[in-house]
Write a protein that binds this ligand. Structure first.
Ligand SMILES: Cc1cc2nc3c(=O)[nH]c(=O)nc-3n(C[C@H](O)[C@H](O)[C@H](O)COP(=O)(O)OP(=O)(O)OC[C@H]3O[C@@H](n4cnc5c(N)ncnc54)[C@H](O)[C@@H]3O)c2cc1C
Length: 417
């Protein structure tokens, strides 16, 4: 059902399909610009991928993660020696096209093009979240003191120092190198004797990402936006408008597809074929004796440990197997690694969570008009950085929908032909 008083006031009726962090931020950005927004999800806001992430708004992530192509890294993945990527042959075959595209885009020249775009997005990641955090009264969920990347070997630490200097000098990212003693002074929960760490100081962290999404959604409704439960696949065109059937039918001038990992089948109906690569991840919560103050990334073991309201969240890297594991080896290895860092600990009660990162082979989200479909907009494919990029890409899309700047590098048109 359309809202007649909005139409009378000349506000665009807009449907946002998907109430993950990306959809909710987009709904807020559109609402601020005067759209009458209805947000649709089959669940409550923030209950899928945006529920389970590692909680970091990554202001340092100027270089999106390429596929490791060095022979040693590929060998470690192939032989299952690393813990950051797992796979099965059936899983690889099922996603062969996107994986080949990802390998192609991971070569240095193509990766440099992705970095050039990230350099424009990342500096605004926290800035774009700030007004939403304020409007949602969510300051109690946010920390603004960065996270730590830990190094276990002297060789790893040498590489970390080089990377920190490069990121500081080239991108202006806040990075402090800590030796072992400085690390223990800043983060006494780390009892392992490590050579050092890099403190990425500009990143913000969230103690409950699902709650952050829910609070943002609360800000939307408190300003007159609507959230309806429904199946986005029931969308269809009626003349120049979009209509979503359901218990409360909605008709709108614009429809934004923000369905995270479920977006590709939706836009395929409208002629846009998207090679979305779904990288599964897992988490479970742990009960350490002493909770760290900020997230700890132990990338040599393929894990991130984030303090949350439910305990210490152990997040895995990517699993490219065909099916989710009931007892993922990445979490078992991760739990051992966590105990080495912080001392013995038990797992908190509760199920293992799993979700899939919606990644694009070129490492860039898909943001903009769907070609040949007036009033249909894409806003998905944020991959490893959906929490980070949700608010900044929401502003980009909302500006574009109101006739502002287009970003060809992010546009769905790049996928045509
Ligand atoms: C283990 C892990 C760790 C991560 N860590 C970080 C991190 O530290 N920092 C960071 O920036 N990012 C991180 N990410 C990535 C980030 O979580 C995702 O990029 C982000 O959550 C994607 O948000 P989204 O809104 O696009 O998707 P989702 O949160 O999945 O939202 C999509 C919504 O669409 C809805 N939907 C789907 N189909 C339908 C339908 N037919 N009808 C109605 N509704 C539908 C779903 O119910 C869902 O609510 C991590 C991801 C994982 C898996």
């Amino acid at each position: 059902m359309s809202t007649p008083n909005c139409a009378a006031r000349g506000m665009a009726e807009t449907l946002v399909l998907g109430a993950g962090i990306v959809g909710v931020c987009t709904a807020l950005a559109l609402q601020v610009r005067g759209h009458a927004v209805t947000l649709i999800d089959r669940k409550a806001p923030g209950q899928e991928t945006s529920f389970g992430n590692a909680c970091i708004i990554q202001s340092e992530a100027v270089e999106p993660y390429p596929m490791p192509l060095a022979p040693r890294a590929l060998w470690a993945i192939a032989t299952g020696r690393g813990n950051d990527v797992r796979w099965s042959l059936r899983g690889l075959m099922a996603q062969a096209g996107p994986l080949i595209g990802y390998a192609r885009h991971s070569r240095p020249a193509a990766h440099a093009r992705a970095i050039a775009v990230y350099r424009r997005l990342i500096p605004d990641a926290c800035k774009a979240h700030a007004p939403l955090i304020r409007a949602a009264g969510a300051d109690d969920l946010i920390r603004r003191d960065g996270y730590l990347e830990l190094f276990r070997s002297a060789q790893g630490f040498d590489g970390g120092q080089v990377m920190a200097a490069r990121f500081r000098d080239r991108y202006g990212v806040g990075a402090r190198v800590l030796d072992g003693a400085e690390l223990r002074a800043l983060e006494p929960s780390v009892t392992a004797d490590l050579p050092g760490a890099v403190h990425w100081t500009d990143s913000w962290t969230v103690t409950d990402p699902a709650q952050l999404t829910a609070r943002y959604a609360g800000a939307l409704t408190s300003r007159g936006g609507r959230i309806l439960q429904g199946d986005a696949m029931a969308l269809h065109r009626v003349g120049a408008a979009w209509r979503l059937e359901g218990p409360t039918p909605v008709q709108a001038e614009h429809a934004v597809v923000a369905m995270g990992p479920w977006s590709a089948p939706m836009v395929a109906r409208y002629g846009l074929r998207v090679p979305l690569l779904l990288k599964r991840g897992y988490h479970r919560h742990l009960r350490p004796e002493r909770m760290p103050h900020r997230p700890l990334a132990d990338l040599e073991n393929g894990i991130v440990l984030s303090p949350t309201r439910d305990g210490l969240r152990l997040c895995s890297g990517a699993d490219l197997s065909a099916r989710p594991a009931a007892d993922p080896v990445q979490l078992r290895v991760g739990m051992r690694a966590a105990s080495e860092l912080l001392g013995p600990m038990s797992a908190a009660a509760g199920p293992i969570w799993t979700g899939r990162r919606p990644c694009m082979p070129d490492m860039l989200p898909v943001v903009g008009a769907v070609p040949g479909q007036p009033g249909l907009w894409a806003q998905f494919g944020h991959g490893h950085h959906g929490l980070t990029l949700a608010a900044v890409t929401a502003d980009i899309l909302a500006d574009q929908m109101d006739g502002g700047e287009t970003w060809p590098e992010l546009s769905p048109a790049r996928l045509m032909g």
